[in-house]
Design a binder for this molecule. Structure first.
Ligand SMILES: [Zn+2]
Length: 300
């Protein structure tokens, strides 16, 4: 009964709170129940005198129970594998979209396609801008139509204040750019020419913020992206494990080593992202020094 009541409390995390807020609000005086449903320590765990680690809102009474909880999270993340990114978009080619909108002429499209072919590649949009004098803004708008997303502006971009939301590794590897947080609830995430819904979903689950994706004009995106990569990010540890059980052990060991007051695990493509909060947070953007990220992957 006590466990059920507490689980109910854990579930109240809202987007406005940092992920550990609900747990921190659990009233004192109740004996915490171990998050491992198969925990065998019974009432003995009260003697363990440890309040952390907390993993995904659940207190883990022993290293063995931490390992069980981390393993269950990894299995859960593996179950969804291949669905988020594989949703195939039947997108009308960029050139055709622009033609339909009346933004380019057929001869401009033909010339750009010929230039692309002669060069052996390159983005069609870039050829339209470079060789046909088509405005970059129109190319980005057409990409937005293709992806069904807005074109986002870069006003007031202050990357230094956003680096604790997404690990630098993901910003670099997946070409995403956190733009701003609105009303403490919505994170605007910019991309150059294609969205990454899997990454957006992972960030949403990790931060509790709603993530709105959009495209940013290439000439604005590139320098801002470079600028952001030069900013200071929270500490991150990259782990490459030989097997999945080895990865589970490495992540569970990290949770035991740092004893966070909250931790979460999500999958981003082939990576597992473990985030640990070392202290309570004041707002939706974590304090730089109070979180630790681990990004793990397996060779298999
Ligand atoms: Zn336990």
């Amino acid at each position: 009964m006590i466990r059920e009541k507490m689980m109910g409390d854990f579930g109240k995390t809202t987007a406005a709170n940092w992920p550990g807020a609900a747990r921190a609000a659990v009233s004192a005086g109740l004996f915490p129940a171990c998050a491992n449903p198969r925990c065998r320590s019974g009432w003995m765990h009260i003697l363990r005198r440890r309040e952390t680690p907390v993993f995904e809102g659940g207190w883990c009474c022993s290293p063995a129970c931490t390992a069980v909880c981390v393993e269950a999270a990894i299995r859960r993340e593996m179950d969804g594998r291949g669905t988020a990114m594989d949703s195939h978009h039947h997108r009308i080619p960029l050139g055709l979209t622009m033609l339909q909108q009346g933004w380019i002429t057929l001869s401009e499209l033909r010339a750009a396609l010929a230039a692309q072919k002669a060069a052996g590649g390159g983005k069609l949009g870039a050829w339209l801008v470079r060789k046909q004098g088509v405005s970059e803004e129109l190319v980005t708008r057409a990409l937005g139509l293709q992806w069904g997303c807005p074109v986002l502006g870069m006003e007031f971009h202050a990357p230094e204040g956003l680096t604790s939301l997404v690990p630098r590794f993901f910003i670099d590897a997946f070409g995403a750019l956190p733009l701003r947080v609105a009303a403490g609830k919505i994170l605007y995430l910019g991309f150059e020419d294609r969205l990454d819904p899997a990454l957006a979903l992972a960030i949403e689950r990790m931060t509790g913020l709603r993530v709105e994706c959009g495209l940013v004009r290439e000439s604005q995106f590139r320098p801002a992206h470079t600028h952001m990569l030069e900013a200071r990010f929270p500490s991150v540890e990259l782990i490459e494990a030989g097997t999945e059980p080895a990865l589970t052990t490495a992540l569970a060991n990290a949770v035991e080593r740092f004893r966070p007051i909250e931790a979460r695990l999500v999958r981003v493509h082939d990576c597992f992202w473990l985030r640990m909060w070392m202290g309570p947070q004041q707002g939706p953007i974590p304090e730089l020094g109070s979180i630790r990220d681990l990004i793990g992957s397996t060779c298999s």
